[in-house]
Design a protein around this ligand. Structure first.
Ligand code: GTP
Length: 322
């Protein structure tokens, strides 16, 4: 369900791409960031370009942690197409968290990631210094084995290595400074609405996610008038064609969804006077759906009547209730 926010506290939401060489402690950190809310899967639905690892929702922010498999596992880089996908998912992110392990020296793997990030997201200023065009947070992992002095040295080394937008040390294993990492991530996100329902911790099918979002916004708008007799399905998402060169396509994705009600007398409630409900709902949905789909999109909603769908097993199944 959407969270109501006090007007003076702007909700923040967005995607953070997590990069780092293998074994850097990514999974352990994500688990810890999620706290008791754990639900980690590494899913890559065919329909989306994002690989969502975990969704962390609080009353103040929603952080969607996105994996970057190419950089994460260089051996799976099977050519330019996959490279492009990685770059795309980095480009889509609001900020990048670059994990470096404190128990090892910075090596070729880290340098490769750094140069990849620099070539895409930074430029040299007039003094010849690299400036990031997107926040890149340096996360120093596994600090539990370091003395105070070693930690300070490591942080200095890290600052020189990447001139990161922010640097934050953490020991996920010992739960040391995890809150700080969470806060730093949240600070880098833009103001924006919650994109995924609070109870969702990882990516389901993109269709289910959007359907649940649409249902949530309708119910919010309708104030308990029809809470249980509303079902939503996303029937199709059409992405614009890619050009032959493989460039990302211009244009919009088309999202087609159906709203199922039980009786035709419920239709005016859904639509509102002069379809004002529908207009308001679509407006609220625009940004979160664009962000989930990964590009600008147009939402087409059909209101359909499925008589007694709540007690018809076939209809229930078709509507996704098994
Ligand atoms: N000492 C210490 N070890 C850690 C910490 N976090 C993770 N580790 C260990 O580092 C190893 C790798 O951790 P993972 O979280 O699986 O690392 P990963 O980056 O997800 O690994 P890949 O999936 O191979 O990329 C495991 O043996 C962890 O127990 C930490 O904060 N301190």
């Amino acid at each position: 369900m959407m969270t109501d926010n006090a007007p003076d506290t702007a909700y923040r939401s967005g995607f953070i791409a997590v990069v780092g060489r293998p074994n850097v402690g990514k999974s352990t950190l994500i688990n810890k960031l999620m706290g008791t809310q754990i639900a980690i899967t590494s899913s890559r639905p065919e329909t989306t370009r994002k690989v969502i690892r975990a969704i962390l929702t609080t009353d103040e922010f929603q952080i969607v942690l996105v994996d970057t498999p190419g950089i994460h596992r260089p051996r799976t880089l099977l050519g330019q197409r996959l490279n492009d996908m990685v770059d795309e998912s980095l480009s889509d992110a609001d900020a990048i968290a670059f994990l470096l392990p404190a128990d090892q020296d910075m090596g070729p793997g880290d340098k490769r990631i750094l140069s990849r990030l620099r070539s895409n997201f930074s430029h040299k200023d007039e003094k010849g210094e690299w400036q990031w065009t997107k926040p890149v947070i340096g996360v120093l992992t596994k600090i539990d084995g370091l003395s105070r002095n070693e930690l300070v040295e490591k942080l200095i080394e890290m600052d020189q290595f990447g001139n990161f937008s922010e640097i934050v040390p953490v020991s996920a294993l010992e739960g040391d400074n995890v809150d700080e990492v969470r806060a730093v991530f949240a600070q880098q996100l833009p103001e924006g609405p919650q994109m995924y329902p609070a109870e969702q911790k990882s990516e389901e099918g993109i269709e289910e996610t959007i359907a649940e979002l649409i249902r949530g916004v309708f119910l919010e708008q309708l104030d308990d008038e029809l809470p249980h007799s509303l079902a939503v399905t996303v029937d199709d998402i059409e992405y614009p064609e890619e050009s032959e060169s493989g460039d990302a396509a211009e244009g919009r994705a088309q999202v087609f969804a159906s709203i199922y009600i039980e009786r035709s007398s419920q239709k005016p409630i859904i639509l509102g006077k002069g379809a004002e409900n529908l207009v308001r709902v679509k407006k609220k949905l625009r940004t979160p759906i664009n962000r989930i789909v990964g590009m600008k999109s147009t939402l087409t909603l059909h209101v359909k009547i499925a008589k007694d769908w709540q007690s018809d097993p076939k209809k229930l199944e078709r509507l996704g209730f098994n």
